[in-house]
Structure formats: structure tokens, C-alpha cells
Design a protein around this ligand. Structure first.
Ligand SMILES: *[C@@H]1O[C@H](CO)[C@@H](O)[C@H](O)[C@H]1NC(C)=O
Ligand SMILES: *[C@@H]1O[C@H](CO)[C@@H](O)[C@H](O)[C@H]1NC(C)=O
Ligand SMILES: *[C@@H]1O[C@H](CO)[C@@H](O)[C@H](O)[C@H]1NC(C)=O
Length: 407
């Protein structure tokens, strides 16, 4: 808090009031339309009206990154057609900078791996119609400890990022000073707002202090979980944790269960389809985490599914919930524009089994006659459904439908 006082800015005052526990209702009275004003005041970047889509280097490459592979990844996003489907952010994760700042205290791109500098890379990526993301940390060093964090340098680093043409900042939580994330993260929010460039702000706070409860005032997305790894268990446990906060996602700010592992080889095709389906229906960021320069046909078929992407990017922006779970059988559902409902049936068990989604559970009037579109088979089913829909589903597999009442 101390760091933010004295700027004489009404934004700071409003933020302080919020942290001091002044009720939102009172602020609403003072500010008029609360939802609008509040968001505009604190993170007025106008971004993330739908969840972000793109790629991030960490899941596949960790620290083994350089400007050549970032350029090649941008090329691949365009040549594969993925950029046209919405995958536009090219996000550099940890390990892009020298361990020491320059004499003026600026971050310096690592000479051995990014010799042309980040501005040059941003120009390259922008020329392809894509956006460039970068990474820092609300601590003294990033998680790799190979480069500085931005704690205490927020304004300077935000200015640097803006001057390079950065469009997205992932902001990690390692090696901090022990103060609360609710203190450290808003300092960067303010700094980004002052930088004069709209920069998507991705809070990577790992869910430590329930960032879903305060993230919408501070960032465009907030991690609800620890890092994902490329296994079924890791993936479904992150899906579960993220689902808990479903009601707090909305256009402008999204729950983030971490980046995609599709295409990295640790799960079966069916498991990756479950992964992509849950992320899509949960309005999670769709950030590819594989090597997009070298994707199999199977990986491409999953991540390029337009109908599934459309569920994720639906303008209504409501995160689906697990509306029923019976043992290993789960029904996820959420509303879409046009009075439609997205439904996902997941079988987490070991045997193939019949599963039913009841209208009662998914919020469709019980007498409604419904048309069902299978978004993985790309087929509208001939049968019209009343009251429920039943499907047989293999172990660690799923079915996803868009339901549309026709009377
Ligand atoms: C960067 O590396 C190149 C070659 O490795 C070297 O010639 C150059 O002096 C280095 N630049 C800086 C600023 O260290
Ligand atoms: C491309 O992917 C295949 C597996 O799909 C792998 O065997 C191969 O090593 C990869 N090539 C590169 C250059 O990473
Ligand atoms: C589905 O609904 C029909 C009525 O439309 C009912 O006869 C049937 O028992 C229901 N099936 C399940 C599995 O609930």
C-alpha cells in the first residue's frame, strides 16, 4: 500500500477503499455505475472481452528459448492458419533477459539468445498481424533466477515493455519480499496503466491468495492453480480448482487454470480432447504450450476445432460449471449467446459407460425440445431431445454439445 500513496490519483483512492473493506455498494453510490467505473478506473485497457488465445514458450521449452524460435513460432501460427482462428498472442516466458539490469536500471534482453532485442522481435511479430507477450515477476528475481523480477522497478519496466511494443505481460510470483500479492500486483497494474499502451495483464499468482476474489480489479486473467504438467491427473486437478471460481470470471477478466499441454505427448488423444474441451467451456485462456512449428495432424485437429473455439470465445463470456458429478462422471454446462447451452460430458473413470445430462441440471426448461450439435463430430444429431441427452463415453474421454431449444 505504501508504495502507492501520494500519487494523488483517484484510482489509488478507490483501490485503497476496496482494500480497506469499504463496501462496493458505497463505492457504487459514489461512482455511479459501479461495474463500469470500477473496471475502467483500475484496469482501463479494454482488453480480454473474450479469453486470450495464442502460444506461450514455457510448457514445451522452459528456459530453452531464443529469438529465432520465437520468430519461427510466429511464422508457424500464420502458416498453419491458427492465427486466423484467433491464436494471436506470441508469449515469451521466463529466461529472456540478462541477470543484471543496465547502468540506468533497465532490463536487458539476453545477448546470447535475443541479440536483436525485443523491440525488433515485436516489430516482426506485429508485421505478421500477431501480438507479442513477455514475462516478469512480482519479486526480486523470476522463478528461473536467471533474470531480475520487476519488484521495485514496476514503472520503469512497464515503460520499457510499452516502448518495445509489448502487448501482454505474464507476471509471476517467485522470490518476492513476503508482502501480499494484493499489495505487489496492483503496483504493476498502475504502472501498465501509466505506460500508455494497452497491455494484457496476466496475474500468475498460483491461486495462493484466491486471486479470483480480487483479480478483476487488477488483471485481465488470474491463475487459479499451481503450474500444470503434461499428465491427466495434473490436468483434471487444475480443472477442478479453476471451476471453484466460475462465477468470478467475466469479460475483461478470466480464471486461468494454466496453459495448454495439448501436443506435448503426455496424454492420449482422448485426454487432450477432454483438456481442450474443459479449457474451452471454462472460458480459460487458450494458450498453446506445444511446439507449433512441429505439430502432428492429431494435435492440429484438436486445437484448430472452430466449433470448440467458438464456445470459448462466445461473447456472453460465462464460465461453465460442473453442474453434476456422480463419482467419475461429470456434467459441465454453461450458457452461450442465442439461448444456447454448451454441455460437456466427461468420464474420468476406467470403463466405458452411458452418461446422461438432464435439462434440470443444465438450466434448460424441462419440456423444451432441443437440437444437439456434436462439436467434435461436427454433426447436428437427427434426434431431437426432451428432458435429457444420453451418450456412451469411453474411459478418460468426453462428448461436447451445443444444445439449442427449438420450441
Ligand atoms: C553480444 O554478443 C556478441 C557476439 O556474441 C558480441 O559481439 C557483442 O559484443 C555482445 N554485445 C553486448 C552488448 O554484450
Ligand atoms: C517433431 O515432433 C516429433 C514427434 O511428433 C519428434 O519426434 C521430433 O523430434 C520433433 N522435431 C523437432 C525438430 O522438434
Ligand atoms: C430421459 O427423459 C425421458 C423422457 O423424455 C425419460 O423417459 C427417460 O427415463 C430419461 N432418461 C434418463 C436416463 O433419465
Amino acid at each position: 500500500m505504501e508504495r502507492m500513496r501520494g500519487s494523488g490519483n483517484s484510482v489509488v483512492v478507490l483501490l485503497l477503499l476496496m482494500f480497506m473493506g469499504v463496501s462496493t455498494a458505497r463505492i457504487m453510490e459514489q461512482q455511479g455505475d459501479y461495474a463500469e467505473q470500477y473496471r475502467r478506473n483500475l484496469l482501463a485497457n479494454g482488453l480480454a472481452m473474450t479469453p486470450p488465445m495464442g502460444w506461450n514458450s514455457w510448457n514445451h521449452f522452459s528456459c530453452k528459448i531464443d529469438e529465432k524460435m520465437i520468430r519461427e513460432t510466429a511464422d508457424a501460427l500464420v502458416s498453419t492458419g491458427l492465427s486466423k482462428l484467433g491464436y494471436t498472442y506470441v508469449n515469451i516466458d521466463d529466461c529472456w533477459a540478462e541477470i543484471a539490469r543496465d547502468v540506468k536500471g533497465n532490463l536487458v534482453p539476453k545477448n546470447s539468445t535475443f541479440p536483436s532485442g525485443i523491440k525488433n522481435l515485436a516489430d516482426y511479430v506485429h508485421n505478421k498481424g500477431l501480438k507479442l507477450g513477455i514475462y516478469s515477476d512480482a519479486g526480486y528475481f523470476t522463478c528461473s533466477k536467471t533474470m531480475p523480477g520487476s519488484l521495485g522497478h514496476e514503472e520503469q519496466d512497464a515503460k520499457t515493455f510499452a516502448s518495445w511494443g509489448i502487448d501482454y505481460l505474464k507476471y509471476d510470483n517467485c522470490n518476492n519480499d513476503g508482502t501480499k500479492p494484493t499489495v505487489r500486483y496492483p503496483v504493476m497494474t498502475q504502472a501498465l496503466m501509466k505506460s500508455g499502451r494497452p497491455i494484457f495483464f496476466s496475474l500468475c499468482e498460483w491461486g495462493d491468495l484466491h486471486p479470483a476474489l480480487w483479480g478483476a480489479k487488477v488483471g485481465n486473467s488470474w491463475r487459479t492453480t499451481q503450474d500444470i504438467s503434461d499428465t491427466w491427473e495434473s490436468m483434471v486437478s487444475r480443472a477442478d480448482l479453476n471451476e471453484f471460481y466460475a462465477e468470478l470470471a467475466r469479460p475483461g477478466g478470466w480464471n486461468d487454470p494454466d496453459m495448454l499441454e495439448v501436443g506435448n505427448g503426455g496424454m492420449t488423444k482422448d485426454e487432450y480432447i477432454v483438456h481442450f474441451s474443459i479449457w474451452a467451456i471454462s472460458k480459460a485462456p487458450l494458450l498453446l504450450g506445444c511446439d507449433v512449428r512441429n505439430m502432428t495432424k492429431e494435435t492440429m485437429e484438436i486445437v484448430a476445432n472452430k466449433e470448440v473455439i467458438a464456445i470459448n470465445q462466445d461473447r456472453l463470456g460465462v464460465q461453465a460449471k460442473k453442474v453434476r458429478s456422480e463419482g467419475d462422471l461429470e456434467v459441465w454446462a454453461g450458457p452461450l449467446t442465442g439461448y444456447r447451452t454448451a454441455v460437456l460430458l466427461v468420464n474420468r473413470g476406467a470403463v466405458r459407460i452411458s452418461m446422461t445430462a438432464n435439462w434440470d441440471d443444465i438450466g434448460i426448461p424441462s419440456k423444451s425440445i432441443v437440437e444437439a450439435r456434436d462439436v467434435w463430430e461436427h454433426k447436428t444429431l437427427k434426434t431431437k431431445f426432451v428432458g435429457n441427452l444420453t451418450a456412451t463415453i469411453s474411459s478418460h474421454a468426453s462428448k461436447m454439445y451445443i444444445l439449442k431449444p427449438i420450441s
